[in-house]
Design a protein around this ligand. Sequence first.
Ligand code: IPM
Ligand code: MG
Length: 361
Amino acid sequence: MKTFRIAVLPGDGIGPEVMQEAGKVLDVVAERAAVRFERTEGLVGGISYDTYGTPLTDAVLQMAAQSDAVLLGAMGGPKWEPLDYSVRPERGLLGLRAGLGLFANLRPVRVFDDLIDASPLRPEIIRGIDLVIVRELTGDVYFGEPRGVRVEKGERIGVNTMIYSETEIRRIAKVGFELARKRRKKLLSVDKANVLETTELWRTVTTEVGRDYPDVELSHMYVDNCAMQLIRNPGQFDVIVTTNLFGDILSDEASMLTGSMGMLPSASQGEKTAMYEPIHGSAPDIAGKNLANPIAMILSTAMMLRLSLGMATEADLVEKAVREVLKAGFRTGDIRQPGTTVVGTAEMGDRIARQVGALMA
Ligand code: IPM
Ligand code: MG
């Protein structure tokens, strides 16, 4: 029987709850497709800090690197906020990204027809939205040196460094162009080239890479304008490629087109093992209450099936099952609307898993 090794890193807050539901879906897919998902769990984030004194151990990083794919829940919470930066749960996430070389983060934003009224934006603005943000993930101010807070002439000075080499820009630009080629052949590169030299280089190199993709129409936009256009007319976008920090901000903004952060999956790719995680955080305020929306985690699992395990048909069916459960009127609290049935995390997961089973029967 075909066996895939999956590193399962539930993390903190709602991470373990939503991961549990993704597990139900994987169980059904395994049974119906006659494959084996050999899952190894590891602690990451705050819970790893509490247990081992570090948010990411070498053992977990190695286990992840040796897997066919990594599923990640979420990390962090107020409990660990007083900690020094070097051991904060977020460092665990950044450590995984850097350690696995995951430089390309794909964040698809798709508006489900049945959720059109869950968005704060008007239906005519968001109907049919289907865009992907390609976020660079291992560079920029996130990793740039020097960094830190120091004292100079009696006052504190904070420093972070926005830095990109042309190699880094070229490889992420290629990911954007390749993806655009498979879609509507339009790539938008987002920068702040009017002010920041680093992103002026970004624009130059992206344009150079574009010469190898004459079939893809490349355009550029400043990040502030893009933030505005995402709300004004998101239908104009197909593939957006941008820097680590801009991508972080724009993807949270774009998630609200869908009505909730609880709906957005993501894939992080590098040279080897890829990692799949919801874009939402650990939501400590609702953790352990059976309130979290497991759909982003389940859709991340579908991305894993498609992009890492060669199971595109199964991935399509998982996404279809999600649509059908929404169509049948079931909602978690974050996407509740009048006339729908509000269910908890576990019931949402059960319903989707059952629907996957029915579709794969
Ligand atoms: C994300 C998150 C992370 C980031 C945090 C938790 C470090 O916001 O994945 O978008 O900033 O990259
Ligand atoms: Mg973010």
